[in-house]
Design a protein around this ligand. Structure first.
Ligand SMILES: Cc1cc2nc3c(=O)[nH]c(=O)nc-3n(C[C@H](O)[C@H](O)[C@H](O)COP(=O)(O)OP(=O)(O)OC[C@H]3O[C@@H](n4cnc5c(N)ncnc54)[C@H](O)[C@@H]3O)c2cc1C
Length: 475
């Protein structure tokens, strides 16, 4: 019997496997593809994901980090500065999805996860104390199953979890092609009265061309895309010839915005695209999925170890479902603003003006980059990601980011609070205590393995003991 079987070895499944491995649980990953596809839909990781990856020592491995001011868009309007909300300095990371997936897989394997490729899960049967998966005529039993198997999740369907939301109305095509008149095509995001064309121009090689046709959704999402279809879509949007050749990575998608009604049905959990899908405005999908993995990993591991307090695993849905619901909402708003009908032009102009207001910029940038994510942990002033701190400890200087890399809960005593250290003694097997001096207003913080603050000494009337019990079980 496996402790945890993860179905789907995409980036989210692989990161979850690494997170479980860090907690001493060795999951089995069942991946349909015999070898990784090597294709990258996503290329952008945002500030919150960067913070989480840094707290695992994975940030530098996944891609190219940008700090400071970074121009970004909302619905194709480049008025945002993501640097305004980058808490630890990293504003954005250029990270091809296939590369990040490889980095996570390597980490997962090093921590004891087993990755079995060429294994397609076709069904599951739930029992009181385990789940049985059907995998290529064989059965695999596991105490818990996580469906990280993408938008068309077989796990979600077999578990009977509804996937609800709004249907597609836009038909998007994407491909890497050689543009035969590269300077005849506008680079970047272009909206015309007939739709959108987005071109990442490489005049000397393959350019990535994407089209958004608002007339109707794809009749058949699975139909293979041809070069002619992409060319016709580009020509329809621009209203002139767009000669192209040598296609690669042709794909079609739509703007359906759907979410699983529950992320947990007994012993079956969902993460990543299996739990939420939407149009890729702002590059938020993978980021949301990776944050699912950081949230779920330590909770599921505690459940497997028998140390999870009642209800801990349910906080995964309680915390992560609203985050993705908000992403779906901002993405729907971006699609509505992107409508090519000229009647939307004044709204876009007004919106562009508003984005120049600092407060609006921060609001939208915090939403897109995930840095405004706060969980309701029941303690005023807590629930935010603990920003990095420089600490002076008896053992020498350290940063909070470094201390969190072990993936263990941390009681940070910043004011010689012997009373709090004594109060936490009953959790010394699960919670590390670090006494340090730092430039921080609180005298003590309790930080969860995912880096979020579970308790702060500034919350009067909220004893540390309650928070320790709530997140890490009885003393
Ligand atoms: C054009 C485009 C651009 C995007 N850009 C960004 C971006 O910049 N930033 C961002 O954050 N997001 C972006 N996204 C979204 C992002 O690509 C997805 O959110 C991401 O792939 C989700 O990762 P995942 O691991 O949940 O699912 P997937 O990547 O879909 O992986 C699922 C895995 O499960 C396997 N699998 C499926 N079914 C089974 C089965 N039955 N049994 C076993 N294995 C199975 C699959 O082979 C696959 O390996 C973009 C999406 C698109 C379409």
């Amino acid at each position: 019997m496996e402790d945890v079987a993860i179905v789907g070895g995409g980036p989210v499944g692989m990161l979850l496997a690494a997170e479980l491995g860090l907690q001493g649980v060795r999951p089995l990953v069942l991946e349909r593809l015999p070898v990784p596809s090597g294709e990258s839909k996503a290329g952008t990781l945002h500030a919150r994901t960067a913070q989480s990856l840094d707290r695992r020592g994975l940030l530098d491995a996944v891609g190219r980090v940008s700090t400071g001011s970074v121009r970004f868009h909302f619905s194709g309007m480049f008025g945002l500065d993501l640097g305004a909300v980058a808490e630890d300095g990293v504003s954005i990371v250029g990270s091809p999805q296939a590369w990040a997936e490889r980095v996570f897989a390597r980490r997962a394997t090093a921590l004891g996860a087993r990755i079995e490729r060429g294994q397609e899960v076709t069904g599951l049967v739930r029992h009181d104390d385990h789940v049985v998966l059907s995998v290529g005529g064989q059965e695999v039993a596991a105490r818990y199953v996580v469906g990280a198997d993408g938008a068309r999740s077989a796990v979600r369907r077999a578990a009977g979890i509804p996937f609800t939301g709004t249907a597609a109305r836009v038909a998007a095509l994407m491909g890497d092609v050689r543009l035969l008149d590269p300077y005849g095509v506008p680079p970047g995001y272009t909206r015309t009265p007939r739709g959108w064309i987005i071109v990442w121009l490489n005049p000397a090689g393959h350019s990535r061309v994407t089209t958004y046709d608002f007339r109707a959704p794809h009749a058949d999402r699975q139909a293979p895309v041809t070069l002619g279809e992409l060319r016709e879509a580009a020509e329809h949007v621009l209203g002139r010839p767009v000669p192209m050749a040598d296609p690669g990575s042709l794909s079609r998608y739509g703007d359906a915005a759907l979410q699983a009604t529950t992320y947990r049905e007994g012993r079956v959990l969902l993460a990543g695209d299996a739990a939420h899908v939407h149009f890729p405005w702002g590059g938020q999908g993978l980021n949301t999925g990776l944050e699912d993995a950081f949230n779920l990993g330590w909770k599921l591991a505690a459940q497997i170890r028998g140390q999870a307090p009642a209800g801990l695993l349910d906080t995964y849905h309680a915390e992560r479902h609203p985050v993705a619901a908000r992403v779906l909402w901002n993405v729907r708003a971006q699609t509505a603003l992107a409508d090519p009908d000229p009647s939307v032009d004044p709204l876009r102009e007004l919106f562009a003006e508003l984005m120049a207001v600092d407060g609006v910029n921060e609001h939208l940038s915090g939403m897109i980059s995930g840095t405004h994510t706060v969980y309701d942990v029941g303690v005023p002033g807590a629930g935010r990601m603990a920003a990095d701190l420089t600490l002076k400890t008896a053992a020498g200087p350290a940063t909070l980011v470094e201390l969190l890399r072990a993936g263990r809960p941390l009681l940070l005593d910043l004011a010689g609070r012997d009373d709090l250290v004594a109060e936490s003694a009953g959790w010394s097997d699960r919670v590390d205590v670090v006494r340090a001096a730092a430039d921080h207003p609180a005298e003590a913080l309790l930080i969860r393995p995912d880096g979020y603050v579970a308790w702060t000494s500034e919350a009067a009337g909220h004893p540390l003991r309650d928070a320790l019990e709530r997140w890490f079980g009885p003393a």
